[in-house]
Every structure is written in structure tokens, then in C-alpha cells.
Design a protein around this ligand. Structure first.
Ligand SMILES: [Zn+2]
Length: 187
């Protein structure tokens, strides 16, 4: 069975394909081509609690570097397009405080491909902006998820019609939406 890898903080970018790099304190023995089972939470499960399986990820590159060597492009690939490298480094150190992570700690950089093909809709008043209707909440089909319109993660929505509807509503646009629009107009 594939080893588990938790994506507790970055589930949405993972599932939309916006994240294809992850830095870890462990996984030093990960091998190129090795498959891992991505899960919502791998540690600290209560007795009888099951892990939630998200998708499979296959390693494409494994390397080691100081945490603080991260570049803006790498922060984006980590799934945090709104952060600067120093912000990413302090967030990472805070999340790994128990392991005494510091900016100069050597971390494992893993680049991967994933099997996630989830469509993320934007939900307002219980209905997706694209008009997709369905049973509420968790009963939606497996390949569909949604983020609420006020959700800080709303910029990870990847349903084209939802994002376009959101733009048309002239919501005060977060930078990632502007990037999305630029990208959409080029393609
Ligand atoms: Zn939609």
C-alpha cells in the first residue's frame, strides 16, 4: 500500500491541480516515480477515525534545500499564490514549530503529479454560480466540490463558468482572480 501524505493545509489547491510542489521535513527517502496516497489528515487521528483519501500523487523530483531558498514561483507552486517567500517561510516554521524548523532548516522538496481532477464551484446562497444544482453539501458528486463565495480559498475555484459569473458580479477582485482572467483571455 502506498504511504500516506497529508495535505491538511493545502487540500483545495491540491485538488484543483494548482499545487504540484510540496516541502516536507520528512520524506527524505521518497523516490522519483513513487506513488503516495494523499489524505486530509494522516497524524493525530482518534481511535477508529478514518483518513479521508483525496487523490494519488506520484513524485517527479526529490531534492533538498534550505527552506529559505524558496522563490516566488515555488511559493505559487506550493499553492499559496497570495504569499511572499518570507511569509511562506514563517508560516511553514510556525506549522512545524514542534520540530524546531527554522528558515535555514534543510527541507525535502517534492514535485509531483496528481490524479485530482476535481471541479471546484463557487457557492452563493446554496447554489453554484454556474447554475449547477444538486443535493446539498457532502452529497455532491465526488468530482465536484465548492467553496463559498466569501471563503478565503475562493480563488482556487476552477469551474470556468462559476469564476466568470463571479467576475461578472463585479465582486471586489482578489489578485488571483485577476490572474485567472488574464490567463483566460490569453487562451
Ligand atoms: Zn460551477
Amino acid at each position: 500500500m502506498a504511504r500516506l501524505m497529508s495535505f491538511a493545509l493545502t487540500e483545495t489547491p491540491l485538488m484543483t491541480g494548482a499545487k504540484d510542489v510540496t516541502r516536507r521535513l520528512g520524506f527524505r527517502d521518497a523516490k522519483v516515480d513513487e506513488w503516495f496516497q494523499a489524505v486530509r489528515k494522516a497524524m493525530g487521528l482518534r481511535k477508529g477515525e478514518q483518513v479521508t483519501r483525496l487523490c494519488m500523487v506520484q513524485m517527479r523530483a526529490v531534492s533538498f534545500e534550505p527552506l529559505e531558498a524558496i522563490t516566488p514561483d515555488e511559493v505559487r507552486r506550493e499553492g499559496f499564490p497570495e504569499m511572499t517567500p518570507p511569509e511562506f517561510v514563517s508560516m511553514f516554521c510556525a506549522a512545524h514549530r514542534a520540530k524546531r524548523c527554522r528558515p535555514d532548516t534543510e527541507v525535502t522538496r517534492l514535485a509531483f503529479v496528481s490524479t485530482a481532477r476535481t471541479i471546484i464551484h463557487v457557492l452563493a446562497n446554496g447554489l453554484a454560480l454556474c447554475g449547477k444544482a444538486g443535493p446539498p453539501g457532502e452529497l455532491w458528486p465526488a468530482a465536484h466540490r465548492w467553496v463559498s463565495f466569501e471563503d478565503p480559498g475562493a480563488h482556487h475555484a476552477n469551474c470556468t463558468r462559476c469564476v466568470e459569473a463571479l467576475l461578472a458580479m463585479r465582486v471586489r477582485l482578489a489578485r488571483p482572480f485577476e490572474e485567472y482572467r488574464r490567463h483566460a483571455s490569453q487562451s
